[in-house]
Design a protein. Structure first.
Length: 441
C-alpha cells in the first residue's frame, strides 16, 4: 500500500509539474491587429513630453509607438531620461504643475493631461495616448502646451516630429506595413531548445501566473511539513480527519502566502519603477536559484535554503499536539486541532520564507511592471495562491483516499530544488538584462 501510494503521488506530482512547465513555455496568444490612424482636418501642432528610464521595458515599448504616431499626427515628441539631474528636476516641475507626484516611468504629458505607464500598442494606455493626441490636435478643442503650463521653454529639437515624418493619409505600401512590428517583436523573441522561437510579448499574463504559481506549489519545504503531518494522521485511520486537517493546513498556508505576497506588491507599488530595485530583485532571484541548484548536488552543504534542523523539533511538537487533539474525538475534529493546524501553517510558512521568497518576489515585481488597476493586482495574487495550493491539495487528497503513508524523500526534494532553482535563475537574469522579455501581454 505504501509503495503504491508513493508511486501514485510521485506520478501525479510529475505530471502536474510537467504541465506547469509546458504552460510556461508554450502559452502564446495572437496579438490584436493594429489600426492605422487617419489625419484630421483643421489640426494643430501638439507637443508630447515623455519621461523615461534606462532598463524600463514599458519605456522601451512606448518610444517606438510615439515615433509611429508622429507619422500620423502633427506632434513633436520630447524624451527626457530621468536619471539625468536636469531631467529629474524638470520631471518634478511637470508633476508639481499637474498636481501629481513622480510615481514612476514612463510618464507622458500631453496638453493638460498626464498618463503613467505603458503596455503595448493596442492596449488601453496606448489608445488613451492616441486619443489624447487626436483630441488636442483638433483645433475645436482647447489646448495648453505642457511646457507653457509648467513655465519652461524647451530649446531643443524634438526626438520625433511630424516635420521629419510628414503625416501619411491612409497610405499603406504592400509588404511594408509590418516592418516596424517585426523589428519591435524581434526584441521579445527568445530561442528555446526543443520548443524553438517563442515571442514572450504574446504570452498571456494569466497563463504566466498559472505556470509560475504551479511550479512554486512544488515547494520542498511546504511539502515536507505537509507530508510529515499527514503521515502522523495515518494512524488515526480516518479519511475524514486527514482530509479536514490537511485541507485546513493547505488553505491556511495559502492565506499566509497571499499576505506575504501582498506585502511584496505594496512595497513595489510604493517604491514605483526604480531601476536599482529591479536589479536587486533580479540578483536576489539569481542568488536563490544558484543555492537551490547547489542543493541538488551538495544538499545542506554550506548555505542551504531549507528548514533549519534546530527548528524542526518545534514543528514536530506542534504536529503531535494536533494529532493528539484529533484522536481524542472519534467522529469530529476538535477546535484545538483546528486552531493548532492554523498555528502550524502560520509557523511553518514563516520558517519557510527563505525557501519560498524567490518566486513571489519575481512574480510581484513582474506584475507591477504592468500598469493595472489596483484591484486587478490583488485578483492576480488571489489567482496565484489558488494555483499555488493545488499541488498540496492533491497530496492531501491522495493521502485521504488511500489512508497510506508517504515520506517526502530527500531525492525528491533535490529534484524540486533543481527545477525551481534553474527557473528562478533564468527569471532573475531576464529581470536584470532583458526585462522587456517579461512584458507579458
Amino acid at each position: 500500500m505504501v509503495n503504491s501510494n508513493k508511486k501514485l503521488i510521485h506520478n501525479m506530482s510529475k505530471k502536474l509539474m510537467l504541465l506547469f512547465l509546458a504552460i510556461l513555455v508554450l502559452c502564446c496568444f495572437t496579438n490584436l491587429a493594429n489600426a492605422t490612424s487617419n489625419i484630421k482636418d483643421n489640426t494643430r501642432e501638439v507637443n508630447v513630453y515623455m519621461f523615461w528610464s534606462h532598463g524600463c521595458p514599458h519605456c522601451a515599448a512606448e518610444k517606438p509607438y510615439l515615433e509611429k504616431l508622429s507619422k500620423s499626427y502633427p506632434i513633436n515628441v520630447y524624451l527626457f531620461e530621468v536619471h539625468e539631474k536636469n531631467n529629474m528636476d524638470l520631471w518634478k516641475r511637470f508633476c508639481d504643475a499637474y498636481n501629481t507626484n513622480p510615481y514612476g516611468v514612463p510618464m507622458t504629458f500631453i496638453g493638460d493631461k498626464y498618463i503613467i505607464g505603458f503596455g503595448r500598442e493596442g492596449d488601453a494606455l496606448a489608445e488613451e495616448i492616441r486619443e489624447t493626441i487626436e483630441k488636442f490636435s483638433n483645433k475645436k478643442n482647447a489646448y495648453v502646451d505642457g511646457a507653457e503650463k509648467v513655465g519652461v521653454t524647451i530649446n531643443r529639437t524634438p526626438d520625433y516630429s511630424y516635420k521629419k515624418n510628414p503625416p501619411q493619409e491612409n497610405i499603406v505600401v504592400v509588404g511594408e506595413e509590418n516592418k516596424t512590428d517585426e523589428v519591435n517583436n524581434a526584441k521579445t523573441i527568445i530561442n528555446i531548445p526543443v520548443f524553438g522561437k517563442i515571442d514572450t510579448s504574446r504570452i498571456s499574463l494569466p497563463l504566466f501566473t498559472i505556470a509560475i504559481a504551479g511550479l512554486d506549489g512544488f515547494n520542498p519545504c511546504a511539502m515536507w511539513v505537509l507530508c510529515f503531518l499527514l503521515t502522523l494522521l495515518v494512524y488515526s485511520r480516518s479519511r475524514k480527519k486527514m482530509l479536514i486537517i490537511g485541507s485546513i493546513f493547505v488553505i491556511s498556508s495559502g492565506v499566509v502566502y497571499f499576505l506575504f505576497m501582498t506585502a511584496w506588491l505594496n512595497f513595489f507599488l510604493i517604491i514605483g519603477y526604480v531601476n536599482l530595485l529591479r536589479i536587486i530583485i533580479g540578483g536576489f532571484a539569481i542568488f536563490m536559484g544558484v543555492i537551490d541548484i547547489k542543493d541538488f548536488f551538495l544538499f545542506k552543504k554550506g548555505i542551504s535554503l531549507t528548514i533549519p534542523d534546530s527548528l524542526k523539533p518545534k514543528l514536530f511538537k506542534k504536529m503531535r499536539s494536533i494529532v493528539k487533539s484529533a484522536q481524542e474525538s472519534e467522529n469530529s475534529i476538535s477546535l484545538m486541532a483546528i486552531l493548532g493546524t492554523i498555528a502550524l501553517a502560520v509557523s511553518a510558512n514563516l520558517i519557510e520564507l527563505l525557501c519560498t521568497a524567490g518566486f513571489p518576489a519575481i512574480y510581484t515585481r513582474v506584475l507591477t511592471l504592468r500598469k493595472l488597476p489596483i484591484m486587478t493586482y490583488y485578483l492576480y495574487l488571489a489567482m496565484y495562491n489558488i494555483i499555488y495550493v493545488i499541488p498540496l491539495l492533491v497530496i492531501v487528497l491522495v493521502f485521504a483516499l488511500t489512508v497510506g503513508a508517504h515520506k517526502f524523500s530527500e531525492k525528491q526534494g533535490r529534484v524540486l530544488k533543481l527545477i525551481g532553482g534553474a527557473l528562478m535563475l533564468i527569471l532573475g537574469i531576464l529581470l536584470i538584462y532583458k526585462p522587456e522579455l517579461l512584458m507579458f501581454g
